[in-house]
Write a protein that binds this ligand. Structure first.
Ligand code: 8OZ
Length: 359
C-alpha cells in the first residue's frame, strides 16, 4: 500500500518519499533579489523531503511583485541559487525551482523604470500591495500586446534554462494563485479579444505555450506545473473553473510532465471551507503524477495517498516549522507550531531557528 514513505519516480526525479515541500514565499533574498547564505541553510535543513519546491522566483524583472523575492533572471541570482542547490544535493535532497511572474499583482514601485505592471487586460485587482516601504492600492495594469507574448514565453524558457544552470533538478511553472498565467486563464481578469482571450481554449493558450517552451528548453521529465482551480487568492474568480481546469489538464497530458501540483481548496483556509470542485475528475483525466497541496496533516495525507487521490502530498506550514518533518512523521513525534509573525520577515528568526528533534 502506497504511503508517504513509499519511494516514487516523477519524470527524471527519484523521490525517496512522497512528502513534498510546498513553494513558500519567505521574502529574505538579498540585494538584487539574490539568494543569501541564510536561504542556503533554510533549504539545506529541509532536504529530507522527497522533493523541495522552491519559493516562487520571478523569471524577469517585470515579474516581481513583492520585496526580497529571489529571481532567476540575472547572473548573480543564478550564482546565489547554485549555493542553495549544492547544499540541498549535499544533504541528499532534490529541489525544483518555481518559475513566477506576478502580472498585475505588483506596483510601479516594484517594476523596472517605475512602469505599470502588465496583465492580460487593464483590470485593477482589489486590495493593496506592500512596496517595500508602505502599503499602496493596486494600480490598473497595462494590457500586454499580442506581439509581446512570444517574448514572455521566451522569458519562461530562458528562466528554466537558468534554473538548470543553477543546478536545480526540475522547474515548476507557477500557474496558480492569481498571478500572470492564472490571470490569463480566468474570465474575471482576462477580457482579451485576441487568440489569448474569450474561450477557455484561448485563455489557456498562453499557459500551454509556456509549458511547451519550458519542456523544449529543459525536457518535460524535469517540468511540473502548479494550478489552483478554486483559489480566491489575489481576487481571481472564473465563471466555470471545473470546465476550465478539465480542459487544461487534458491539454497537459501529451506533454508528459514530471508532475502536476494542485492546490485543493482555496488556500490558507481549513479544509472544511473548501468550495465545491470535483478533484477526482482531474485525477481521472490526468495521466501523470499528481501532488496535492493544502492544509494536510499526517493522517489526512496518508488517507489521500491510500485512497489514490494523489501520488504525493505537499506540506507548507508544517515544513516551515519542522525542518525534519519526514523524521517527525516517521516517529509520530510532536510538531513545532508555525509562527505567522515571521512568515515574510525576521531573517533567521522563524526561518532557520525552528528546532529539529533532539538526537
Ligand atoms: C504568499 C505571499 C506572497 C506570495 C503564492 C507566491 O501565493 C505566492 C505568495 C504567497 O503563490
Amino acid at each position: 500500500m502506497t504511503d508517504l514513505f513509499t519511494p516514487a519516480r516523477f519524470g527524471d526525479l527519484e523521490l525517496p518519499n512522497r512528502i513534498v515541500m510546498s513553494s513558500l514565499t519567505r521574502c529574505r533574498a538579498g540585494a538584487g533579489n539574490v539568494p543569501t547564505p541564510l536561504m542556503v541553510e533554510y533549504y539545506r535543513q529541509r532536504a529530507g523531503v522527497g522533493l523541495i519546491l522552491s519559493e516562487a522566483s520571478p523569471i524577469c524583472a517585470a515579474g516581481h511583485g513583492y520585496p526580497r523575492t529571489p529571481g532567476i533572471h540575472t547572473p548573480e541570482q543564478i550564482a546565489g541559487w547554485k549555493h542553495v542547490t549544492a547544499a540541498v544535493h549535499g544533504a541528499g535532497g532534490r529541489i525544483a525551482l518555481q518559475l513566477w511572474h506576478v502580472g498585475r499583482i505588483s506596483h510601479p514601485a516594484l517594476q523596472p523604470g517605475g512602469a505599470l505592471p502588465v496583465a492580460p487586460s487593464a483590470i485593477r485587482p482589489a486590495g493593496r500591495v506592500f512596496t517595500g516601504s508602505d502599503m499602496q492600492d493596486y494600480v490598473t495594469p497595462r494590457a500586454l500586446d499580442t506581439d509581446e507574448l512570444p517574448g514572455l514565453v521566451a522569458n519562461y524558457a530562458e528562466a528554466a534554462r537558468n534554473a538548470m544552470a543553477a543546478g536545480f533538478d526540475a522547474v515548476e511553472v507557477h500557474a496558480g494563485n492569481g498571478y500572470l498565467l492564472d490571470q490569463f486563464l480566468r474570465s474575471s481578469s482576462n477580457q482579451r479579444t485576441d487568440a489569448y482571450g474569450g474561450s477557455q481554449a484561448n485563455r489557456a493558450r498562453l499557459l500551454l505555450e509556456v509549458m511547451q517552451a519550458v519542456c523544449e528548453a529543459v525536457g518535460s521529465a524535469r517540468v511540473g506545473v502548479r494550478l489552483s482551480p478554486v483559489t480566491r487568492a489575489n481576487g481571481l474568480s472564473d465563471d466555470d473553473p471545473q470546465g476550465l481546469f478539465e480542459y487544461v489538464v487534458a491539454q497537459l497530458n501529451p506533454l508528459g510532465l514530471a508532475f502536476l501540483d494542485i492546490l485543493r481548496g482555496t488556500g490558507g483556509a481549513p479544509q472544511e471551507a473548501w468550495v465545491p470542485f470535483d478533484y477526482a475528475r482531474l485525477r481521472a483525466l490526468y495521466r501523470g503524477n499528481l501532488i496535492l497541496n493544502n492544509a494536510f496533516d499526517f493522517a489526512g495525507a496518508q488517507a489521500a495517498l491510500q485512497a489514490g487521490e494523489a501520488d504525493a502530498i505537499a506540506f507548507g506550514r508544517l515544513l516551515l516549522a519542522n525542518p525534519d518533518l519526514v523524521e517527525r512523521f516517521h516517529r509520530g513525534a510532536p510538531l513545532n507550531t508555525p509562527d505567522y509573525e515571521t512568515f515574510y520577515t525576521g531573517e533567521a528568526k522563524g526561518y532557520t531557528d525552528y528546532p529539529a528533534l533532539a538526537d
